[in-house]
Write a protein that binds this ligand. Sequence first.
Ligand code: AMP
Length: 395
Amino acid sequence: MKILVINAGSSSLKYQFMESDGGEVFAKGLCERIGIDGRLTHKVPGREDVVREIPMPTHNEAIQSVLDIMVDPEKGVIASTDEIAAVGHRVLHGGAAFTESCIIDDACIAAIEKCIPLGPLHNPANLMGIRACQKIMPNTPQVAVFDTAFHMTMPPKAYIYAIPYEYYEKDDVRRYGFHGTTHRYVSARAIDMLGNPEHSRVISCHLGNGSSLAAIVDGKVVDTSMGLGPLAGFPMGTRCGDIDATILEYLMGRYGYDIKEMLNILNKKSGVLGISGVSSDFRDLDNAAAEGNERAQLALDKFIYEVRKYIGAYATAMGGVDAILFTAGIGENSIDLREKICTGLEYMGIKMDHDKNNVRGKEALVSADDSKVKIYVIPTNEELMIAMDTAALCK
Ligand code: AMP
């Protein structure tokens, strides 16, 4: 089935038009500066990219520009928008209500709206993308695929926070976890490569600008590092990860920050950027560290140290581990970081093959032949997972 996959942000909208069966991508692109002026970048494999300045006061014009370029006689890939069988939307927060993807109807929209307080930055933008598609393609079925859904199998002891229980009961305060579509895709690939054993314990390491780990037993998440929101876990590009809440009170008191300013610091100015003062990009950190920048090295050391701690914790939570998998920008591309994360874990049966690990951006088994735990690099394909869910629900 030919599916249009949409990932709508507040001022941008990514799209991919693809075949759900096999994953062939016919076209993909990006609308930027929505609400400001508007720019469309459209890519078709084997052709030159198209970049057009198109006024996009709202997401409606953005979606319309995507449809227009797709049916453009010269630059397009389809004769009519009727060839788009369905639209799959990435939605950040589904709360506890959504344990899987769902067809978008009034009840689904109401439930996504209800989750806005939990995902205040992303859910409204996701809804703008959904509403624009409903307006412009009213007869095309649409599906919501939630970043949180895959994590909803966590047991209460993993998702409950140790604060008064009433905040969970009345206000839905609990761990939700994110990157669920990626964790689902790569863990399914890993279980497949393990030979579909009856029992499997996988640690999925999504290491990118935003990062999270998930512990997955028999294909079901039992714990994950992100929490109520994506700020939790270990340090990321610019997010702090787990910190002592006392720090907030202390810094807010000292500098007179309000909570918005404080959260902006923790979301945008912390993580490896905050420690190094150099960059949130791990390639910049590698270069700076190689030139002797001690804070860049400290940021890298901190990241590696915390990821290793999570691996140890999740192996304990699962009573062992059969496979560790690396995905996303850093996980797929940083040979050095993968190596440093796994080195010294031989006592857990984790042994990397340094030659096999010399791989970037493609699926590979990188553990030594005699490693008890398999180590995989598995490029994520979130769009394919969204397209597959959308096709399955619309068939
Ligand atoms: P993502 O959010 O998945 O797009 O990942 C972005 C992160 O991947 C950035 O911090 C990049 O520095 C990092 N990354 C991409 N390629 C490499 C590489 N070859 N070595 C180290 N980090 C990389």
